[in-house]
Design a protein around this ligand. Structure first.
Ligand SMILES: [Zn+2]
Length: 460
């Protein structure tokens, strides 16, 4: 039964195709057919039988689009071919991302950026990075910024880049890292904090070395632990970010959540990213071990029932509802064991949220929450912003539990060439500021065809 129509791409030739969400039993699939390359089906919403997760249609959250004030491209071929952002994009930037290197000090079998290749492009010069930061600040305002790669810490001038970002007034300056250098180099975390870094987005896939070794090619949990300790001493907030693959580490999400809490209040949250088919991805396209949002909700609530309940999870107020879920908790303790109590947020906040008045209000609330919670300092007030009235109650909520006492549990399902839905792309709020001057949703920036061709390959 068709639940709703959509538009997607052929994963082989990347032509735009009509598609449909189709229900089969309790699961929903995205279906499409390319005249040249045939039919494709990918699961979008499924869960173990009897898992208490929301139904696909009940999860739906339509939003009034918020079009860019400063579009950088015009509409010619239509979405997703004119991206940059074009005037038809429906959401503001919550997180702007700048890739500061394609080099890496690891060689992970799974890597969405396909980083660390022998033929990796040279690092962008500082003036190139400055131009990207200026463009992002002009188009997206004081959004949250993530320095990414590759592995940003392989650049000796990373503190300088952090300082450049800080001086431009971004709401949150965060670095995406595998943590190796933070673990082994005395004073490095403190140096990044002094340069203006707020938060570390730390790759941490599981609770066991065996699964970590499959995804990362080596054991690294001790190093990750040291990295968190060093960040805590330097006053940096840490978010653990787990790449999750069905059959490899989806069975240890509960254990990972307990571990995240035991690491102490410097760890502000656990963010789960089911692996998508882009970059280095060692599974075949049609038989890839995918995980959908409700499968992650079910895994967390069944594996750590003392900490998380599927009813805690809310759709995003900002990006498209099929892209993520989240919950906010207050840390508790009972009999010496760390625990969690869900915090209800006002309706206009995100994450999580009920239906916001508009995509703009959702974006503003999301940006401010992330900035405040992930670093633990007061966010800039939304002065002069005509959507500020929509976040009434937000500051009262934030005051109820200090940053170190809050914990977020969230999941983002990236879209690849199989699962891409152009409505989701237009609702995206995570945008990559590129060398070619374009600002592109994260999934389109990384999108690769079955054969490895990138939709936006040039101008990374
Ligand atoms: Zn095709």
């Amino acid at each position: 039964m068709i639940v709703r129509s959509a538009q997607s791409l052929c994963p082989v030739c990347l032509r735009r195709l009509d598609a449909a969400y189709v229900r089969e039993g309790d699961a929903v699939f995205l279906r499409k057919t390319c005249q040249e390359h045939g039919p494709f089906t990918v699961p979008v919403w499924r869960a173990p039988q009897a898992a208490p997760v929301p139904h696909f249609t009940a999860w739906s959250r339509p939003k009034a689009p918020s079009f860019p004030e400063h579009p950088l491209t015009s509409v010619r071929e239509g979405c997703p071919y004119d991206c940059g952002l074009c005037p038809e994009h429906g959401q503001h930037t919550c997180t702007g991302l700048v890739e500061v290197t394609m080099r890496c000090n690891m060689a992970c079998p799974v890597c969405y950026a396909d980083a660390g290749r022998a033929d990796a492009a040279p690092d962008p010069e500082l003036d190139d990075i400055a131009a990207r930061l200026d463009m992002l600040r002009h188009v997206s305002g004081p959004c949250n910024l993530q320095l990414s790669g590759g592995e940003p810490t392989v650049r000796e001038d990373l503190p300088e880049i952090i300082g450049m970002a800080r001086r431009r007034g971004f709401g949150l300056v965060q670095c995406n890292t595998n943590g190796l250098r933070l673990a082994r180099e005395d004073g490095y975390a403190a140096a990044l904090a002094r340069a203006g870094l707020d938060s570390v987005y730390l790759q941490w896939d599981g609770a066991r070395e065996e699964s970590t070794a499959i995804l990362r090619g080596r054991h690294c949990l001790d190093a990750k632990r040291r990295a968190v300790e060093n960040c805590a001493r330097a006053g940096l907030g840490v978010v653990l970010v787990a790449t999750v693959v069905r059959g490899i580490n989806d069975g240890e999400l509960g254990e990972l959540l307990r571990l995240a809490l035991r690491l102490g209040p410097a760890v502000r949250g656990l963010h789960i990213q089911p692996a998508a088919f882009f970059g280095r991805y060692p599974w075949p396209l049609e038989k890839s071990p995918r995980l959908t949002l409700p499968e992650v909700m079910a895994a967390l609530s069944q594996q750590a029932p003392e900490l998380a309940d599927a009813a805690d999870f809310h759709p995003p107020g900002c990006e498209h509802e099929l892209c993520s879920f989240s919950a906010v908790y207050r840390r508790t303790e009972s009999e010496g064991k760390p625990g969690l109590a869900p915090l209800d947020m006002p309706a206009s906040c995100c994450p999580p949220s009920a239906i916001p008045a508009s995509a703009a209000a959702g974006a503003l609330a999301s940006r401010r929450f992330t900035a405040l919670h992930w670093k633990g300092m007061p966010p800039p007030p939304p002065t002069g912003d005509d959507v500020s009235r929509d976040v009434d109650g937000f500051d009262r909520f934030l005051a109820r539990a200090g940053a170190a006492q809050r914990f977020t549990l969230s999941c983002m399902a990236f879209q690849d060439a199989m699962s891409l839905d152009l409505a989701r792309v237009r609702g995206c709020c995570i945008h990559v500021a590129r060398h070619d001057g374009r600002l592109i949703p994260f999934c389109l920036h990384n999108l690769t065809s079955e054969g490895g061709a990138r939709l936006y390959g040039d101008g990374r």
